[in-house]
Design a protein around this ligand. Structure first.
Ligand code: ADP
Length: 997
């Protein structure tokens, strides 16, 4: 096609060339003829024309024809005889011959030049094309001119324009990927060092438009004689695609290798002699060789069953393009052998037969097959020995087959049950509900296991049968019936029942006696740990399995105890009550007492321990509490000077430490006898003590007794004993337990207290007598007054008797008045007597208002004598208080007398005494007695209550002190304040009396 195209293009070109030549020829001939140039000069001009035409055109033939035409023209127009094709002159012949030769040579040379120029151009364009296609270009650096030339392709690869070239050496590095820049620059510099490496480098380029390329550039340097670099010429190859392909190839190879290496089968690549060329990882792993070891080995090295004959046969089949499969064996490096399934495929590579073998380890399959066979064998044996009946039933659950074991006792008559369902043959169990469930299972075509039934036995008892069955389906999945077995379990049932009962008994015993049952193995590791149900804070079940007791983090015992315990375990000795503390998650502790027995098997070999543990936390706590309480008791006894003892009337059974101290016996000499003790009881108390004790023991009553003891050094002690006798169920005395308290000090204090109290009472009495003494005149007047009135009334009565007739009614009235007056006098005397009587204090409920009125009666005369105005302001209703009436009246009396005395010391001003009672908070009464006397110096407001404080010449200063102690004893308060505008107020409070019910 290319050639045809050329020819069509050349024809008009030749014609044009020829036409141009002819025209030129005609023109030159015409001009030269007229100018009469002659042969030589015109010939010269013709040569120039032909040379030009040849240069412009490409046809040699046209130039040759033109040359001959020009020669003809020279002959015809310029060589005489003119206008004839004849030449006369020898010179002209030579000239024309020279012209023709020159013209022909010029034509041929010119067209040859032209052609080679054309070819060159074509080649160049092809080269460029090739460069473009191959992404290949060249470059040159001239070190003398510093000029860099790049082929177009190089410019394209870098993505630069020819305008960039003048600065190329500066731009070049910038276009290189920053990471590769230093390396490329270094390679370029190294190549320019004399003796340096050849410039051959790969780097990445980032084109100005951002596209990356990978480039391989290499070049050689031309040196001058002095060793200076003149030029460097190099080629540059854009290997981006190549790299990409290489990468992909590598990745694909890696993927492929991974795939092959992860295959579960071993791959072998063989040549024809069964020499290994390559293997995968599985091949190495299964044979136990490294890859490099396997490559180069032959299949004979690890194929114990491969023979040269077999190899021959295999090779033949492979040559025929067939796949070879066989089961063989492989020999591992360690000498062991395993079965393989081998599958070999042929393929041709570079004219050579190669084979890929896929070898599958079929150990597991073989084993499974063997196991299946063995299991079948076992199953058959099992069925034969384990079941008493084999049965089949149809889709309606009717028996279609029943085979009873030979010699089975009580088997039904053969065939008697065929055609019946299970619930139609004489089975006794289960109940209706059980049957319903069983039929549901059957109708749902589900397998069932150990369905227990009982059938009546000829001896009247029961025979138990356990039946299991599997549904059977045909090839289309339709249910066709059941197949199953049955076992007579009467014996087993009985044994089971017995075992269960025994285990139940055992469990009950264990559960009530122990909290944990355990077993260990020969290494003392727990193999079983069972906690009693409901055990407080039992550890997580199974948490101890596999551990030794001393490895349990929450078990604690002291090091010495552990050591001894382990010694016992290692000696395989039984142990009892080994106590360990178990820490509970909440940080508390539980104590366990563990006992164990070694267990030996029939041949006498030790197999471990079995034992039980008891939670003794409560016992421990109780012990601890007891210990503590004993310590407290001892401490308390020491503090309270008390002590404890026990005796049984005949002898002492227990003496606490303190008791020795109290009785003055030496504890190191042991408990003293009862008699020795009695010797130390005060002689006056001995009989009483004996009596009280014997009486209380007889009456079976607790008793308290106080007595004195006299120690050998004469010290007298008062003791107080509280005792509790205890008795046996038969009513005999077991012991008397008691405490003895040394009350000597208390007795002494009591006596002292009593003495002081008496003194106080005496003083108060004295004070009363004193006061009464002072009141004598006044009281005498008070008593005289009713006596005088009685006398007047008696007189009046007498007068009414004297009249006739006597006015008896008036007499009666007069006598009644006499009686009233006498009573009044008696009252006054009685009260005075009460007041001066030395009587023990008496607590009673009374109205304080009334009591105050009585006091006022007693002092009425004195009040009048001192010209004192009395104002009473007593609260409404009863002012009930609880106390000793006489003592409280004594207080009021003392305060009134003090007030009157104080007021009598001042002459001016009204003498006013005011007495008030009112309720005071909370629940009390306030009594205030105020006067208009001189008052009390504010500094002495409290001192006046001190004993023996007086400002009076005849005073003894005990009045107010007694008053305060009386009020204090009544749980009240007495105090003095200044009255306004003058005088003093004495006030006291008393708790309101509440009647005791
Ligand atoms: P005596 O009356 O024997 O002095 P008291 O204990 O009754 O003893 O009184 C003590 C002192 O308190 C009196 O000497 C007196 O100085 C002072 N006193 C008591 N009552 C009053 C009162 N109403 N006004 C001023 N002084 C009083």
């Amino acid at each position: 096609m290319e050639i045809a195209h050329k020819r069509t293009r050349r024809l008009p070109a030749v014609a044009a060339q020829f036409l141009l030549g002819i025209t030129g020829l005609a023109l030159i001939t015409f001009v030269c003829f007229h100018l009469d140039f002659g042969v030589a000069r015109t010939g010269f001009v013709f040569v120039i024309l032909i040379a030009l035409v040849s240069l412009l055109g490409s046809s040699t033939r046209a130039s040759v024809v033109l040359s001959f035409l020009a020669a003809a023209c020279l002959n015809y127009f310029f060589a005489p005889p003119l206008f004839e094709f004849r030449i006369d002159a020898q010179d002209d012949i030579e000239r024309i011959a020279v012209f023709l030769t020159t013209s022909l040579v010029v034509s041929v040379l010119t067209s040859k030049l032209k052609r080679s120029e054309n070819e060159l151009r074509q080649n160049q364009s092809k080269l460029q094309k090739a460069q473009r296609i191959a992404h290949f270009g060249w470059w040159e650096r001239d070190f003398t001119t510093k000029h860099v030339s790049l082929s177009d392709e190089v410019s394209r690869i870098f993505g630069v324009q020819p305008v960039d070239l003048p600065e190329w050496h500066g731009r070049w590095l910038d276009l290189i990927h920053p990471e590769d820049r230093a390396r490329a620059a270094e390679a370029a510099a190294a190549a320019l060092r004399p003796g340096g490496p050849r410039y051959d480098v790969e780097y990445r380029v980032v084109r100005p438009d951002g596209t990356p390329r990978v480039i391989h550039s290499q070049g050689d340097v031309t040196w001058d004689d002095s060793g200076r670099a003149l030029r460097q010429f190099g080629v540059l190859h854009d290997i981006t695609e190549l790299k990409q392909t290489e990468r992909e190839l590598r990745a694909s190879e890696a993927r492929f290798r991974t795939l092959v290496d992860h295959a579960s089968d071993a791959f072998f690549l063989y040549n024809e002699d069964a020499t290994v060329l390559d293997v995968n990882r599985q091949a190495c792993e299964s044979l136990g060789y490294r890859r490099d070891e396997l490559i180069g080995m032959t299949a004979f090295d690890y194929g114990p069953d491969l023979t040269p004959e077999l190899l021959l046969r295999i090779r033949e089949r492979l040559r025929a393009g067939k796949t070879v499969t066989y089961d063989g064996r492989h020999l591992r490096k360690d000498g062991t052998v395993f079965p393989v399934e081998v599958r070999i495929r042929p393929f041709w590579h570079e004219g050579q037969l190669l084979a890929v073998s896929l070898d599958r380890d079929i150990t597991a399959r073989k084993r499974a097959e063997d196991e299946l066979r063995a299991s079948e064998e076992r199953f058959r044996t099992l069925v034969q020995f384990s079941f008493d009946v084999y049965w089949e039933s149809d889709a309606q659950h009717r028996f279609t087959r029943q085979e009873f074991a030979e010699g089975l006792a009580d088997a039904p008559a053969p065939g008697s049950e065929i055609g019946k369902t299970r619930w139609e043959v004489p089975y006794l169990q289960p109940d209706e509900e059980g049957w319903r469930k069983h039929r549901e299972t059957l109708d749902a075509h589900l397998p069932f296991r150990d369905f227990e039934l009982a059938r009546p036995a000829p001896d009247g008892g029961k025979r138990y049968v356990s039946v299991s069955g599997l549904p059977v389906f045909d090839g289309a999945g339709r249910f066709i019936g059941y197949r199953g077995v049955g076992r007579h379990i009467t014996e087993r049932k009985r044994a089971e029942d017995e075992l269960r009962a025994s285990e139940e008994r055992f469990r009950t015993v264990v559960h009530f006696s122990f909290e944990v049952y355990w077993e260990t193995d020969t290494q003392h590791r727990f193999t079983r740990v069972e906690y009693a149900p409901g055990l407080v804070e039992a550890p997580v079940s199974g948490s101890e399995i596999g551990k030794r007791p001393w490895e349990l983090r929450n078990f604690e015992a002291d090091a010495e105890a552990w050591r001894k315990h382990r010694e016992a375990l290692n000696a395989r000795l039984p142990f009892r009550d080994f106590e360990v503390a178990r820490r509970t998650p909440d940080g508390g502790k539980r104590y366990v007492s563990v006992s164990g027995l070694p267990v030996f098997d029939e041949s006498g070999d030790f197999v471990g321990y079995r034992g039980a543990g008891r939670d003794i936390t409560e016992r421990k706590k109780a012990e601890e509490a007891l210990r503590r309480s004993e310590a407290y008791l001892a401490g308390a006894q020491k503090l309270s000077l008390s002590a404890a003892f026990a005796h049984n009337l005949k002898e002492n059974l227990y003496w606490s430490e303190g008791l020795y101290r109290i009785w003055g016996f030496d504890p190191s000499r042991g408990m003293p006898s009862r008699e020795a003790c009695f010797q130390r009881v005060h002689p006056d108390d001995r009989d009483r003590v004996r009596q009280v004790v014997e009486e209380a023991v007889r009456q079976k009553q607790d008793y308290t007794i106080e007595y004195r003891i006299v120690l050998p050094d004469g010290t007298l002690k008062h003791l107080r004993s509280i005792c509790h006798p205890s008795y046996s169920p038969a009513g005999e005395l077991v012991e008397v337990v008691g405490t003895a308290l040394d009350v000597t000090e208390r007795k002494r204090a009591q006596e002292e207290h009593e003495r002081l109290r008496q003194l106080e009472a005496d003083l108060a009495h004295l004070n009363r007598l004193n006061v009464m003494g002072e009141l004598t005149a006044s009281l005498a007047h008070e008593i005289l007054h009713p006596i005088a009135t009685a006398r007047n009334n008696a007189r009046a009565g007498m007068r009414f008797l004297e009249v006739s007739p006597p006015n008896l009614a008036e007499v009666m009235e007069a006598l009644a008045c006499v009686v009233k007056d006498a009573d009044r006098a008696k009252d006054i005397v009685g009260r005075v007597r009460d007041h001066i009587k030395k009587a023990p204090p008496r607590m009673e409920l009374f109205d304080l208002n009334v009591a105050i009125d009585e006091v006022l009666v007693m002092v009425r005369n004195a009040i009048e004598n001192h010209r004192v105005a009395v104002r009473t302001c007593l609260m409404e209703g009863e002012a009930t208080v609880s106390g000793d009436r006489v003592q409280l009246q004594q207080v009021v009396l003392n305060l009134i007398l003090n007030a009157m005395e104080a007021m009598s010391s001042v002459e001016e001003g009204a003498r006013e005494l005011s007495i008030s009672t009112e309720l005071s908070q909370p629940n009390g009464l306030l009594v205030a007695i105020s006067d208009s006397g001189p008052g009390i110096d504010p500094e002495h407001l409290d001192r006046v209550f001190a004993p023996f404080y007086t400002t009076k010449t005849s005073g003894i200063g005990m009045g107010l002190s007694i008053c305060r102690s009386i009020i204090d004893a009544h749980r009240g308060r007495l105090w003095a304040e200044a009255n306004r505008p003058r005088g003093a107020i004495f006030q006291f409070t008393l708790p309101a009396g509440v009647e005791d019910s």
